[in-house]
Design a protein around this ligand. Sequence first.
Ligand code: 13P
Length: 277
Amino acid sequence: MGENKGKIILQKARKEGFAVPAFNIYNLETMQVVLETAARMQSPVMLATTPSTVNYFGHDFLLALAEKARERYKIPVVFHLDHFQDKEELKKYIKAGFSSGMIDASRSPYTENVEIVKEVVSFARGYGSVVEAELGNVGRGEQKGTLTEPGEAKGFVRETGVDSLAVAIGTVHGIFKGKPNLDFKRLEEISNLVDIPLVLHGGSGLSDNDLKETIKRGISKINIATELKEAFTDGLKNYFQENPEENDLRHYMEAGKKSMEKVVAEKIKVCGSEGRG
Ligand code: 13P
């Protein structure tokens, strides 16, 4: 078992002060955009798949594509299981061959979160996989989260042995209603106390400047989902407005891909991961 690629790129990012972009993908086209753009820009990249995406693809099909992607693109590519709340489901996919996954027990009380993460970490070690966990809780849309306590983060990492930690510092999943107010001081405190790579969830809707500030203060992985979905969908909608009779999927999918490609390239630049692959 060689060293885990996800671990290597995140540790490199932490050491060298950039972030690995983790783009959520949904289908073959979004996967192609992420891989082709990252390869063109020589950026390491993570492709994040939530439980519903894994169900949509079929995990075996997704794993086969992941293997081909690693052969075809000469950059570090990691397929990452994102936001798994059911530990048994996550373990099943780790056993099937995924090398990186997030166990999200962030809505459970602290001690329960620790127990669940510890169990998954110990299981993942047997397969050479790495595990991300979340402490505090990143909100969703209007629903407020709970910010990560720096002291707790230190204990959590020590107790669980987790490989990377998602922190709640004021981001939300989805697009912000109103102006984002990130707690940079809290992030800095966590980063001073914890030496594993830190992860920013809810990357959509933040300014380039805010994203860069989080990287300066210790974020090594930035998750982007909503902005990609919106860009792809807007590309399709515009295409159909101009070509209402079009029925060739390869034509209109291309419009969605082009529109999403811009966002992927912009985020790679902001992450500072261009040329690090
Ligand atoms: P956004 O949808 O806000 O980009 O969040 C993505 C995310 O954190 C996926 O885990």
